[in-house]
Design a protein around this ligand. Structure first.
Ligand SMILES: C=C(O[C@@H]1C=C(C(=O)O)C=C[C@H]1O)C(=O)O
Length: 359
């Protein structure tokens, strides 16, 4: 066959793909009409999107590049979803932050992005309806929990409907050569993730904490002889060069992000449930709660305590459990925990996050 013949074949395939995309879009529009007529489900159905991506990835078996398939399908679903109604997504701004990268990885490009600073304000932005969903960083594998975000869950009625694990690569970004850098901007979490490298290579250089890594990159782009610790997307967004590559202390530096909105997700079979509770002031109170989880064979993937803010030295506990809140064993465990505790709140039940490709 000649090159032209191959290209003719590709043209025919592209025509077929386009016809199928048009048919898909028409059906999604009907799904949207069905949803608004019956009120059965929200426009964004995270469990359903996860099901589609997992099914296609399994069926593909790597014949088409796996990352490519994920990106293409995220965008197909994003464009189709926008035909029901375009969604708005709040992330930690300005543009170019890791939260921005995760938001577009999860929701695709056919959404309206709303840049918000600082992270706790993402909660109020969604609560007030200025955005449909928010994406917040909750913990980092090197530096631990993002406290101001975790604290917000004590006060909000929003639900967690998704999560995503993002391998984070921090770079030293600047318009100036390394030797001329007098000031470095970054978010406290990012500084903490790169403490060793900065100590060895940039000792004596002033470190200034700002509200996000993208804000740091924006500042470094506007001031000579300054740099930012930030990710590749921030560097590209503000035209900075990498003067120190992958400067994080831990090799597997990963951040867990949560999606918050007005609802949780339906069951997929690989789910997580987050709860918040306060125990009675008595011997073994927390042990009793953990015993319930053991009895019902519910695996706990995280526990964290925070001051309750109602009484000095009283604590609330945040716990992540494996399983959906409607799974029999989880449901029974939650009922018993609720009886044992002064207060218990389900923060959300959602598909276990996948590891997204690094940015
Ligand atoms: C079409 C639907 O609405 C949205 C769009 C989807 C799609 O394009 O396949 C999937 C889930 C929803 O977020 C649906 O709920 O099935």
């Amino acid at each position: 066959m000649k090159l032209e013949d191959y290209r003719n074949l590709l043209d025919q395939i592209d025509d077929q793909i386009l016809t199928l995309l048009q048919e898909r879009a028409a059906i999604v529009k009907r799904v949207g009409e069905f949803k608004s007529r019956t009120g059965v489900e929200r426009i964004y159905a995270p469990h359903r999107e996860r099901e589609i991506l997992s099914r296609l990835e399994a069926q593909n078996r790597g014949q088409f590049p796996s990352d490519g398939l994920h990106t293409i399908y995220t965008e197909i679903i994003s464009a189709c979803r926008a035909l029901e109604r375009p969604l708005s997504i709040a992330f930690l701004g300005p543009a170019g932050s890791f939260g921005h990268a995760v938001s577009s990885h999860l929701f695709g490009k056919s959404v309206k992005f709303v840049a918000v600073t600082p992270q706790p304000d993402i909660f109020t932005t969604v609560e007030s309806g200025r955005a449909d969903y928010g994406v917040v960083a909750i913990e980092n594998s090197t530096h631990g929990t993002v406290r101001d975000v975790l604290e917000m869950f004590q006060y909000t009625n929003l639900q967690i409907c998704g999560e995503c694990f993002l391998p984070i690569k921090q770079h030293l970004l600047s318009k100036s050569p390394l030797a001329q850098i007098k000031k470095i901007y970054s978010h406290p979490q990012a500084f903490a993730q790169c403490r060793q490298w900065l100590g060895q290579n940039m000792s004596g250089v002033q470190q200034i904490e700002v509200s996000s890594t993208s804000e740091a990159a924006k500042l470094a782009a506007s001031e000579p002889n300054t740099a930012a610790v930030a990710g590749q997307l921030a560097g590209e967004t503000y035209g900075l060069s990498v003067v120190g590559e992958s400067i994080m202390d831990g090799p597997n530096n990963t951040t867990r992000f949560l999606v918050i909105g007005s609802h949780s997700a339906a069951r997929t079979g690989r789910d997580r449930t987050s709860i918040l509770f306060a125990v009675k002031d008595k011997v073994g109170a927390l042990w009793e709660v953990l015993q319930v989880l053991k009895n019902y064979k519910v695996n706990m993937s995280k526990i964290e305590s925070l001051p309750s803010h109602t009484k000095a030295w009283e604590y609330v506990f945040f716990v992540d459990l494996e399983g959906h809140a409607e799974d029999g064993n989880v449901r029974k465990a939650l009922t018993e925990i609720n009886e044992l505790c002064v207060m218990m709140k389900i923060l959300g039940t959602y598909p276990i996050g996948e590891q997204s490709e690094g940015f």
